[in-house]
Design a protein around this ligand. Structure first.
Ligand code: ASP
Length: 325
Protein backbone atom coordinates (compact mmCIF):
# COMPACT_ATOMS: atom_id res chain seq x y z
CA UNK A 1 0.00 0.00 0.00
CA UNK A 2 2.96 2.28 -0.51
CA UNK A 3 1.73 5.78 -1.24
CA UNK A 4 3.42 7.32 -4.25
CA UNK A 5 5.52 10.15 -2.89
CA UNK A 6 8.81 11.64 -3.97
CA UNK A 7 9.77 11.43 -0.30
CA UNK A 8 9.58 7.65 -0.54
CA UNK A 9 12.64 7.66 -2.79
CA UNK A 10 15.94 7.06 -0.99
CA UNK A 11 18.45 9.85 -0.90
CA UNK A 12 21.91 9.32 -2.35
CA UNK A 13 24.32 8.39 0.48
CA UNK A 14 25.79 11.30 2.37
CA UNK A 15 22.79 13.59 2.13
CA UNK A 16 20.72 14.86 5.04
CA UNK A 17 16.96 14.87 5.57
CA UNK A 18 14.87 16.80 8.10
CA UNK A 19 11.16 16.85 8.92
CA UNK A 20 9.24 18.62 11.68
CA UNK A 21 5.71 18.99 12.96
CA UNK A 22 3.94 21.74 14.85
CA UNK A 23 0.95 19.68 15.95
CA UNK A 24 -1.92 17.78 14.39
CA UNK A 25 -5.65 18.04 14.90
CA UNK A 26 -8.90 19.51 13.70
CA UNK A 27 -7.61 22.50 11.86
CA UNK A 28 -10.06 24.68 9.97
CA UNK A 29 -9.05 25.87 6.57
CA UNK A 30 -8.60 29.59 6.49
CA UNK A 31 -7.08 32.20 4.24
CA UNK A 32 -3.53 32.04 3.04
CA UNK A 33 -3.02 35.28 4.93
CA UNK A 34 -4.09 33.72 8.23
CA UNK A 35 -1.96 30.65 7.64
CA UNK A 36 1.13 32.62 6.64
CA UNK A 37 2.52 33.10 10.18
CA UNK A 38 2.30 29.37 10.80
CA UNK A 39 4.19 28.60 7.61
CA UNK A 40 6.77 31.23 8.54
CA UNK A 41 7.23 29.63 11.97
CA UNK A 42 7.58 26.18 10.45
CA UNK A 43 10.08 27.38 7.85
CA UNK A 44 12.15 29.25 10.42
CA UNK A 45 12.41 26.13 12.56
CA UNK A 46 13.29 24.07 9.52
CA UNK A 47 16.03 26.56 8.66
CA UNK A 48 17.45 26.26 12.17
CA UNK A 49 17.83 22.50 11.75
CA UNK A 50 19.09 22.79 8.19
CA UNK A 51 21.81 25.18 9.33
CA UNK A 52 23.21 22.38 11.51
CA UNK A 53 22.95 19.69 8.85
CA UNK A 54 24.49 21.66 5.97
CA UNK A 55 27.60 22.12 8.07
CA UNK A 56 27.88 18.39 8.58
CA UNK A 57 26.39 18.58 12.07
CA UNK A 58 24.67 15.71 13.79
CA UNK A 59 21.05 14.69 13.47
CA UNK A 60 20.78 15.12 17.23
CA UNK A 61 21.96 18.74 17.14
CA UNK A 62 19.66 19.41 14.19
CA UNK A 63 16.50 18.16 15.89
CA UNK A 64 17.38 20.06 19.05
CA UNK A 65 17.92 23.30 17.10
CA UNK A 66 14.63 22.75 15.26
CA UNK A 67 12.63 22.09 18.42
CA UNK A 68 14.19 25.03 20.26
CA UNK A 69 12.96 27.29 17.44
CA UNK A 70 9.47 25.79 17.68
CA UNK A 71 9.47 26.12 21.48
CA UNK A 72 10.38 29.79 21.11
CA UNK A 73 7.56 30.45 18.60
CA UNK A 74 4.34 31.41 20.43
CA UNK A 75 2.12 29.89 17.74
CA UNK A 76 2.97 26.33 18.68
CA UNK A 77 2.12 24.43 21.84
CA UNK A 78 5.56 24.05 23.41
CA UNK A 79 7.69 26.46 25.43
CA UNK A 80 6.47 30.05 24.86
CA UNK A 81 2.83 29.66 23.85
CA UNK A 82 2.25 26.38 25.69
CA UNK A 83 -1.33 25.56 26.64
CA UNK A 84 -2.73 25.92 30.16
CA UNK A 85 -3.56 23.14 32.58
CA UNK A 86 -6.87 23.06 34.44
CA UNK A 87 -5.02 24.84 37.26
CA UNK A 88 -4.05 27.68 34.87
CA UNK A 89 -0.41 26.65 35.02
CA UNK A 90 1.94 25.28 32.39
CA UNK A 91 3.41 21.79 32.68
CA UNK A 92 5.79 20.96 29.89
CA UNK A 93 6.97 17.58 28.62
CA UNK A 94 9.88 16.93 26.24
CA UNK A 95 11.95 14.00 25.07
CA UNK A 96 14.68 13.19 22.60
CA UNK A 97 16.59 10.17 21.35
CA UNK A 98 19.87 9.70 19.55
CA UNK A 99 19.61 6.87 17.02
CA UNK A 100 23.37 6.38 16.93
CA UNK A 101 23.63 5.38 20.58
CA UNK A 102 19.96 4.85 21.52
CA UNK A 103 20.63 7.28 24.34
CA UNK A 104 17.56 9.21 25.41
CA UNK A 105 16.59 12.02 27.76
CA UNK A 106 13.17 13.27 28.78
CA UNK A 107 11.43 15.63 31.18
CA UNK A 108 7.85 15.54 32.40
CA UNK A 109 5.80 18.24 34.06
CA UNK A 110 8.45 20.94 34.20
CA UNK A 111 7.25 24.48 34.83
CA UNK A 112 10.20 26.82 34.57
CA UNK A 113 12.66 25.61 31.94
CA UNK A 114 12.61 28.03 29.03
CA UNK A 115 13.44 25.25 26.56
CA UNK A 116 12.50 21.88 27.99
CA UNK A 117 14.21 20.08 25.11
CA UNK A 118 17.55 21.50 26.31
CA UNK A 119 16.90 20.01 29.74
CA UNK A 120 16.15 16.67 28.13
CA UNK A 121 19.42 16.95 26.21
CA UNK A 122 21.34 17.56 29.45
CA UNK A 123 19.74 14.51 30.99
CA UNK A 124 20.67 12.41 27.99
CA UNK A 125 24.26 13.65 28.06
CA UNK A 126 24.53 12.91 31.77
CA UNK A 127 23.32 9.42 31.01
CA UNK A 128 22.38 8.22 34.47
CA UNK A 129 18.64 8.35 33.99
CA UNK A 130 16.35 8.76 31.01
CA UNK A 131 13.26 10.43 32.47
CA UNK A 132 12.88 12.94 35.29
CA UNK A 133 9.86 14.90 36.40
CA UNK A 134 8.77 17.95 38.34
CA UNK A 135 10.69 20.26 40.63
CA UNK A 136 13.68 17.97 41.15
CA UNK A 137 14.17 17.76 37.42
CA UNK A 138 14.08 21.53 37.12
CA UNK A 139 16.57 21.99 39.94
CA UNK A 140 18.92 19.43 38.41
CA UNK A 141 18.70 21.06 34.99
CA UNK A 142 19.16 24.55 36.42
CA UNK A 143 22.30 23.41 38.22
CA UNK A 144 23.58 22.22 34.83
CA UNK A 145 22.97 25.66 33.31
CA UNK A 146 19.62 25.12 31.60
CA UNK A 147 17.90 28.51 31.52
CA UNK A 148 14.93 29.01 33.83
CA UNK A 149 12.20 31.60 33.37
CA UNK A 150 9.24 32.85 35.30
CA UNK A 151 6.32 30.59 34.32
CA UNK A 152 4.46 33.64 32.97
CA UNK A 153 6.93 33.50 30.06
CA UNK A 154 4.98 30.57 28.63
CA UNK A 155 1.58 32.30 28.78
CA UNK A 156 -0.05 33.99 25.83
CA UNK A 157 -3.43 35.69 25.57
CA UNK A 158 -4.48 33.25 22.86
CA UNK A 159 -3.82 30.23 25.07
CA UNK A 160 -5.67 31.78 27.99
CA UNK A 161 -8.67 32.48 25.75
CA UNK A 162 -8.43 28.90 24.57
CA UNK A 163 -8.58 27.62 28.14
CA UNK A 164 -11.66 29.72 28.79
CA UNK A 165 -13.23 28.46 25.58
CA UNK A 166 -12.62 24.87 26.62
CA UNK A 167 -14.15 25.50 30.01
CA UNK A 168 -17.12 27.23 28.43
CA UNK A 169 -17.68 24.15 26.35
CA UNK A 170 -17.48 22.04 29.47
CA UNK A 171 -14.98 19.85 27.70
CA UNK A 172 -12.59 17.39 29.22
CA UNK A 173 -8.92 18.07 28.48
CA UNK A 174 -9.63 18.84 24.87
CA UNK A 175 -6.96 19.60 22.36
CA UNK A 176 -7.81 23.04 21.16
CA UNK A 177 -6.19 25.87 19.41
CA UNK A 178 -7.21 29.21 18.10
CA UNK A 179 -6.01 28.92 14.59
CA UNK A 180 -8.91 30.46 12.71
CA UNK A 181 -11.13 29.62 15.67
CA UNK A 182 -10.51 25.97 14.92
CA UNK A 183 -9.99 23.05 17.23
CA UNK A 184 -6.67 21.37 17.04
CA UNK A 185 -3.92 19.69 18.97
CA UNK A 186 -0.44 20.88 19.51
CA UNK A 187 3.07 19.68 20.21
CA UNK A 188 6.23 20.15 18.24
CA UNK A 189 8.82 17.70 17.05
CA UNK A 190 11.55 16.96 14.57
CA UNK A 191 13.36 14.00 13.03
CA UNK A 192 16.59 14.03 11.06
CA UNK A 193 19.09 11.94 9.19
CA UNK A 194 22.51 13.56 9.01
CA UNK A 195 25.19 13.22 6.34
CA UNK A 196 26.79 10.40 8.30
CA UNK A 197 23.55 8.41 8.23
CA UNK A 198 22.71 8.89 11.90
CA UNK A 199 19.13 9.44 13.00
CA UNK A 200 17.60 11.44 15.86
CA UNK A 201 14.19 12.59 17.07
CA UNK A 202 12.94 15.23 19.51
CA UNK A 203 9.45 16.14 20.73
CA UNK A 204 8.22 18.91 23.07
CA UNK A 205 4.77 19.97 24.27
CA UNK A 206 2.62 21.88 26.69
CA UNK A 207 0.28 18.90 26.54
CA UNK A 208 -3.46 19.32 26.24
CA UNK A 209 -5.49 22.40 27.06
CA UNK A 210 -7.23 22.07 30.42
CA UNK A 211 -5.35 18.87 31.21
CA UNK A 212 -5.38 17.69 34.79
CA UNK A 213 -2.36 19.01 36.71
CA UNK A 214 0.17 16.21 36.95
CA UNK A 215 -1.03 14.50 33.78
CA UNK A 216 1.84 13.33 31.59
CA UNK A 217 1.33 12.60 27.91
CA UNK A 218 3.18 10.59 25.33
CA UNK A 219 5.72 13.24 24.42
CA UNK A 220 8.44 12.39 26.99
CA UNK A 221 7.92 8.63 26.73
CA UNK A 222 10.48 6.79 24.62
CA UNK A 223 8.62 4.57 22.18
CA UNK A 224 5.36 6.51 22.43
CA UNK A 225 6.14 10.15 21.59
CA UNK A 226 9.74 9.88 20.44
CA UNK A 227 12.00 7.18 19.02
CA UNK A 228 15.24 6.90 17.06
CA UNK A 229 17.32 3.90 16.03
CA UNK A 230 20.02 4.05 13.38
CA UNK A 231 19.40 1.69 10.51
CA UNK A 232 15.64 1.92 11.01
CA UNK A 233 13.84 5.18 11.76
CA UNK A 234 13.44 8.29 13.84
CA UNK A 235 9.88 9.23 14.85
CA UNK A 236 8.18 12.18 16.57
CA UNK A 237 4.45 12.05 17.29
CA UNK A 238 1.61 14.47 18.02
CA UNK A 239 -1.97 13.85 19.01
CA UNK A 240 -4.10 12.37 21.76
CA UNK A 241 -1.29 11.34 24.06
CA UNK A 242 -3.06 8.61 25.98
CA UNK A 243 -3.66 6.69 22.77
CA UNK A 244 -0.09 7.15 21.59
CA UNK A 245 1.09 5.75 24.92
CA UNK A 246 -1.22 2.75 24.74
CA UNK A 247 -0.24 2.08 21.14
CA UNK A 248 3.52 2.68 21.64
CA UNK A 249 3.09 4.45 18.34
CA UNK A 250 6.62 5.78 17.77
CA UNK A 251 8.16 2.37 18.38
CA UNK A 252 5.40 0.72 16.40
CA UNK A 253 6.88 2.28 13.27
CA UNK A 254 10.26 0.76 14.12
CA UNK A 255 8.73 -2.65 14.89
CA UNK A 256 6.90 -2.82 11.59
CA UNK A 257 10.14 -2.04 9.79
CA UNK A 258 12.40 -4.31 11.85
CA UNK A 259 10.16 -7.34 12.31
CA UNK A 260 7.65 -6.91 9.52
CA UNK A 261 10.08 -5.84 6.80
CA UNK A 262 7.90 -2.87 5.90
CA UNK A 263 9.30 0.30 4.38
CA UNK A 264 9.11 3.57 6.28
CA UNK A 265 6.04 4.98 4.55
CA UNK A 266 3.97 1.81 4.93
CA UNK A 267 5.11 1.35 8.53
CA UNK A 268 4.30 4.94 9.47
CA UNK A 269 0.87 4.81 7.85
CA UNK A 270 0.10 1.48 9.51
CA UNK A 271 1.15 2.84 12.90
CA UNK A 272 -1.46 5.58 12.56
CA UNK A 273 -4.16 3.45 10.90
CA UNK A 274 -3.69 0.15 12.73
CA UNK A 275 -2.04 0.99 16.07
CA UNK A 276 -3.46 4.44 16.89
CA UNK A 277 -6.84 4.71 15.19
CA UNK A 278 -8.38 1.47 16.56
CA UNK A 279 -7.77 2.81 20.08
CA UNK A 280 -9.73 5.91 19.19
CA UNK A 281 -6.62 8.02 18.85
CA UNK A 282 -6.14 10.99 16.61
CA UNK A 283 -2.97 12.68 15.44
CA UNK A 284 0.07 12.08 13.34
CA UNK A 285 3.80 11.68 13.21
CA UNK A 286 6.86 12.63 11.25
CA UNK A 287 9.46 9.97 10.52
CA UNK A 288 12.69 9.54 8.60
CA UNK A 289 14.56 6.34 7.74
CA UNK A 290 18.21 5.44 7.26
CA UNK A 291 18.02 6.27 3.54
CA UNK A 292 16.46 9.67 4.13
CA UNK A 293 12.90 8.77 3.20
CA UNK A 294 10.31 10.89 4.99
CA UNK A 295 6.78 9.94 6.06
CA UNK A 296 4.25 12.29 7.68
CA UNK A 297 0.92 10.47 8.10
CA UNK A 298 -1.96 11.77 10.21
CA UNK A 299 -5.60 10.88 10.70
CA UNK A 300 -6.69 14.31 11.91
CA UNK A 301 -7.84 16.97 9.48
CA UNK A 302 -4.42 18.53 9.33
CA UNK A 303 -0.91 18.56 10.71
CA UNK A 304 1.46 21.50 10.68
CA UNK A 305 4.64 20.20 9.13
CA UNK A 306 7.72 21.08 7.11
CA UNK A 307 10.49 19.09 5.53
CA UNK A 308 13.63 19.37 3.45
CA UNK A 309 16.17 16.98 1.98
CA UNK A 310 19.61 17.89 0.76
CA UNK A 311 19.43 18.90 -2.90
CA UNK A 312 15.64 19.30 -2.83
CA UNK A 313 13.37 22.25 -2.14
CA UNK A 314 12.01 22.86 1.37
CA UNK A 315 8.25 22.60 1.93
CA UNK A 316 5.70 23.40 4.60
CA UNK A 317 2.09 22.19 4.68
CA UNK A 318 -0.96 21.94 6.90
CA UNK A 319 -3.42 19.81 4.92
CA UNK A 320 -3.04 17.43 1.97
CA UNK A 321 -1.51 15.16 0.98
CA UNK A 322 -2.87 12.95 3.73
CA UNK A 323 -0.62 9.93 3.03
CA UNK A 324 -3.29 7.69 4.51
CA UNK A 325 -5.36 4.89 3.12
N1 ASP B 1 0.60 14.41 22.45
C1 ASP B 1 0.47 15.58 23.28
C2 ASP B 1 0.01 15.18 24.64
O1 ASP B 1 -0.85 14.33 24.73
C3 ASP B 1 -0.47 16.61 22.74
C4 ASP B 1 -0.43 16.80 21.25
O2 ASP B 1 0.45 16.33 20.56
O3 ASP B 1 -1.31 17.49 20.74
O4 ASP B 1 0.45 15.74 25.60
Amino acid sequence: MTTPSPLNAPLPPGRWALALHGGAGTIARSSAEAEAPYHAGLRAALAAGEAVLVQGGSALDAVVATVVALEDCPLFNAGHGAVFTADETHELDAGLMDGATRAAGALAGVRSLRNPILGALELMRDGRCVLMGGAQAEAWCAARGVVQVDPSYFSTAARRAQLHAVRARDAEAMLLDHHAAALKMGTVGAVARDRHGHLAAATSTGGMTNKRAGRIGDTPLVGAGVWAADGHCAVSTTGTGEHFIRGCVAHDVHARMAYGAQGLVDAAQAAICDALAPLGGSGGLVAVDADGRIAMPYNSTGMYRAWAREGEAAHSAVFEPLFLR
